[in-house]
Ligand binder design. Structure first.
Ligand code: GLU
Length: 446
């Protein structure tokens, strides 16, 4: 890190004590910014970098609700409105027991840069709760969502803050949240949430967008080497929304997807993952990946615990969660001949893993570039809501593909310009930082 950035980073550590994931996300960006402050020291003059690390607003609230046994449960809700310099705060809600302020801040910080990369007018924010939807009935999830929105609604608005889904928040939760927002405000304000159902203001391709976009990005990376996904052996971690649609798009492009995972372990299916079966287990029955393996029979095996990155592949798509791919896993992937790693999740590779990829022949793309298809399609949903229109699947997918190609090229060109060809981390961080910082400078000290 450039020594002029060190005191700013130390202050971030001090002001956000104990928030390890947030520190990690800031550090990664600062490491890339060394080349910027070397060339353009004026970015150190007007407090832009300090201001960028401090959320514009942070909301923490109580979420009381009654479970099916009639017991009162209390969770904690969060919304970190990080930056509205390019548009209304935009970013998902995560419902998972690991959620605390440090996770929401890391996600919100990443979202600023990711959203800038899309080229669409959206700022950065993130929210969520330590509520665990696993094993909860629909009624419990509904009552939780209603209580969550009873507080959050006063901070939202189509020009103010527009949440969507993330881990633990899908179509069901967005439905309950939108219903409660509409009821409390007496406004049918479609553009206040994205990821809505297709019959009530949702966009085609939004469900598929993050996974599809990640695969599109990986294909663009391959194309810089004169290759494509056809016939490639692919491993996708996770089995939630991002993983499922990454598998689908990779298969459509002729790849052979052999493994996926959940928190209990991973499955290897040498015949290729049977997506319809996986969707039935995960999306319809809300079951576990072990069920998929036992129902598939002898050619498919389930490994309890262990690391999915032990499975040899050409292309690895980490689509589960933060810090799921460490240095050891990276070295295993490299030794097994993996050539492309594109992050479908947010920050799944640890800093040590990214370093290992950087000193190998692997091309690595960070989530803020490779998984931006989800939020980009959310912005397309907002466009459709604002114009009271709805687009076809084909048209929306074309827009998504063009946006992903644009992000890929923007990152690759910036990396080249700053003397680090093929460094998508540097390209993504520098290119988005410059856009955000220039807008902040134009607005004065606010
Ligand atoms: N949670 C997704 C992300 O990490 C999507 C956010 C959105 O659509 O607003 O980018």
């Amino acid at each position: 890190m450039d020594p002029r950035l060190e005191p700013i980073f130390d202050k971030v550590l001090e002001r956000n004590a104990g928030e390890a994931e947030f520190h990690q996300a800031v550090r990664e960006v600062f490491d890339s910014l060394s080349v910027v402050v070397g060339k353009r020291p004026e970015y150190l003059d007007n407090g832009v970098i300090e201001r960028l690390c401090e959320p514009e607003r942070q909301i923490i609230f109580r979420v009381p609700w009654v479970d099916d046994q009639g017991e009162v449960q209390v969770n904690r809700g969060f919304r970190v409105e990080f930056s509205s310099v390019l548009g209304p705060y935009k970013g998902g809600l995560r419902f998972h027991p690991s959620v605390y302020l440090g996770i929401v801040k890391f996600l919100g910080f990443e979202q600023i840069f990711k959203n800038a990369l899309t080229g669409l007018p959206i700022g950065g924010g993130k929210g969520g709760s330590d509520f665990d939807p696993k094993g909860r009935s629909d009624g419990e999830v509904m009552r939780f969502c209603q209580s969550f929105m009873s507080e959050l609604h006063r901070h939202l608005g189509e020009y103010t803050d527009v949440p969507a889904g993330d881990i633990g928040v899908g179509g069901r939760e967005i439905g309950y949240l939108f219903g409660q927002y509409k009821r409390i405000t007496n406004r049918y304000e479609s553009g206040v949430l994205t990821g809505k159902g297709l019959g009530w203001g949702g966009s085609q391709v939004r469900t598929e967008a993050t996974g599809y976009g990640t695969v599109h990005f990986a294909n663009e990376m391959l194309s810089t080497r004169g290759e494509d996904l056809e016939g490639k052996r692919v491993v996708v971690s996770g089995s939630g929304n991002v993983a499922i649609y990454a598998i689908q798009k990779a298969q459509q492009l002729g790849a052979h997807v052999v493994a996926c995972s959940d928190s209990s372990g991973y499955v290897v299916d040498e015949h290729g993952i049977d997506l319809a079966h996986l969707q039935d287990v995960k999306e319809v029955r809300r079951g576990r990946i072990g069920d998929y393996a036992s129902e598939r029979g002898s050619d498919c095996h389930h490994v309890t615990g262990g690391s999915i990155w032990d499975v040899p592949c050409d292309v690895a798509l980490p689509c589960a969660t933060q810090n799921e791919l460490d240095e050891k896993a990276a070295l295993t992937l490299i030794n097994n001949g993996c050539r492309i790693v594109a992050e479908g999740a947010n920050m799944p590779a640890t800093p040590e893993a990214i370093k290992a990829f950087g000193t190998s022949a692997v091309l690595f793309a960070p989530g803020k570039a490779a998984n931006a298809g989800g939020v980009a399609t959310s912005a397309l949903e907002m466009q459709q809501n604002a114009s009271r229109d709805s687009w076809s699947f084909e048209h929306t997918e074309e827009r998504l593909a063009a946006i992903m190609t644009g992000i890929h090229d923007r990152c690759a060109e910036t990396a080249e310009e700053y003397g680090a060809p093929g460094d998508y981390v540097l390209g993504a961080n520098v290119s988005s930082f410059l856009q955000v910082a220039d807008a902040m400078t134009a607005f004065g000290v606010i």
